[in-house]
Design a protein around this ligand. Structure first.
Ligand SMILES: Cc1cc2nc3c(=O)[nH]c(=O)nc-3n(C[C@H](O)[C@H](O)[C@H](O)COP(=O)(O)OP(=O)(O)OC[C@H]3O[C@@H](n4cnc5c(N)ncnc54)[C@H](O)[C@@H]3O)c2cc1C
Length: 358
């Protein structure tokens, strides 16, 4: 038997849930179809301080605070010079939030189900067929969904509606490890350091954990899991942050794509894409989750105010503007670092910025 909805949202991450919450508030019947049975690991636990704005507008700010996020008290950086710069938080919104990402996602899912949204888990979308006046969706569990409108919020996964391709702006990859600390850390500053072939960050997390990430371009990675682990350890050991410490790191190393990209088409007839499915951001910007929430709410607002036909177009125009601002910000950040002018990693980032989206 098939289930029928006004809107089917593929993916129950921040973008999908924000969009569903907004649509449901306007009595639009929507469902979320999520591939994973339970909440699984995802990168991205440092949330921009302005996250307060979308979380308040979605009515989940208090629930978020109850999960006990830590608050950054400043930054230590080696970026553009050999000195370690220490800065305190001048941001009027205060410091960024360090969260437990699984707990953050769980808060979002709880808000969705509490609002009566049907969240179908363990239902990876496999096939999507356009029928006259509606979409027919088939999942991995052989379940069929019928929906008038399709919203793709499936992160960096493949597109189902129209495969228009994406413009990639780099080939950034992240190597990440999570370390359990023996005692709670009192230093809540965010650490960032540029290196010859990339950059690294270190941040404390709730429950006495710490995340360490090294970002570089894919061609710098050696082949094979073991070699990647060794490569990561070498890069981390060289950081000033760990120079006088004995870092016993045996944690698993996650390797994930972190490239900036924009989908060539973010809307079409009776569909649109939100969050990472539309645009991905370099972690240097710290914009991933907040942009996912904002694009989810913006898409819903456009559909509610302008109807399903016109709404997608207005949303797409807005997305392009946001992404052009991001590309400029990214360029400004990387242009500060000029110590390795002949290194490929930095050359790629100093090249004239790719044509702005029009
Ligand atoms: C290395 C790295 C570090 C990052 N660090 C940060 C950070 O510190 N702060 C920050 O704000 N952002 C960060 N980000 C970005 C951030 O994690 C993402 O931008 C954010 O998760 C995007 O949310 P989303 O809802 O669009 O997609 P996702 O969170 O990826 O959610 C997509 C959902 O779709 C589901 N799905 C996929 N395919 C299917 C299918 N076929 N059928 C059904 N469901 C499907 C997935 O299971 C998933 O739950 C980082 C990203 C990377 C790569």
């Amino acid at each position: 038997m098939s289930s029928c909805f006004d809107v089917a949202i593929i993916g129950g991450g921040p973008a999908g849930i924000a969009c569903a919450l907004r649509l449901t508030k306007s009595n639009i019947r929507c469902c979320i179809i999520e591939r994973e049975q339970t909440i699984t690991w995802k990168p991205g636990e440092i949330l921009d301080s302005k996250i307060v704005i979308p979380l308040m507008s979605l009515g989940i700010w208090d629930e978020f605070l109850r999960t006990g996020p830590l608050r950054a008290t400043g930054t230590i950086s080696s970026w553009g010079s050999d000195f370690l710069e220490k800065s305190s938080m001048l941001d009027p919104f205060g410091g960024a939030f360090y969260t437990d990402r699984k707990q953050f996602e769980s808060t979002l899912c709880h808000a969705a189900t509490h609002s009566g949204i049907q969240l179908y888990r363990n239902q990876g979308l496999q096939k999507c067929t356009r029928r006259p006046g509606h979409w027919e969706l088939k999942t991995s569990q052989n379940k069929t969904f019928i929906a008038n409108y399709l919203i793709e919020a499936n992160g960096r996964g493949r597109s189902f509606s129209e495969s228009s391709g994406r413009d990639d702006y780099d080939s950034l990859v992240a190597l990440m490890a999570y370390i359990r600390l023996r005692r709670p850390t009192t230093d809540l500053r965010f650490y960032i350091e540029a290196t010859q072939t990339g950059w690294a960050y270190v941040a404390p997390l709730p429950q006495n954990r710490m995340v360490i990430a090294f970002l570089t371009d894919a061609p710098y990675l050696p082949k094979g899991k073991k070699n990647n682990h060794r490569f990561f350890s070498d890069q981390i050991r060289r950081l000033r942050r760990f120079q006088n410490t004995c870092l016993e790191h045996t944690a698993d190393v996650h390797i994930v794509s972190a490239k900036s990209s924009f989908r060539r088409k973010v809307f079409g007839e009776n569909w649109l894409a939100i969050g990472d499915a539309a645009a991905t951001y370099d972690p240097i910007s710290g914009l991933g989750v907040i942009s996912a929430l904002n694009s989810g709410t913006m898409a819903a607002d456009c559909l509610i105010s302008n109807g399903f036909e016109k709404g997608g177009e207005i949303y797409a125009e807005h997305q392009k503007k946001v992404y052009n601002i991001y590309l400029q910000t990214r360029r400004n950040i990387y242009s500060i670092e000029n110590r390795w002018p002949t290194e490929r990693f930095w050359q790629c980032r100093h090249m004239a910025e790719p044509r702005a989206l029009s």
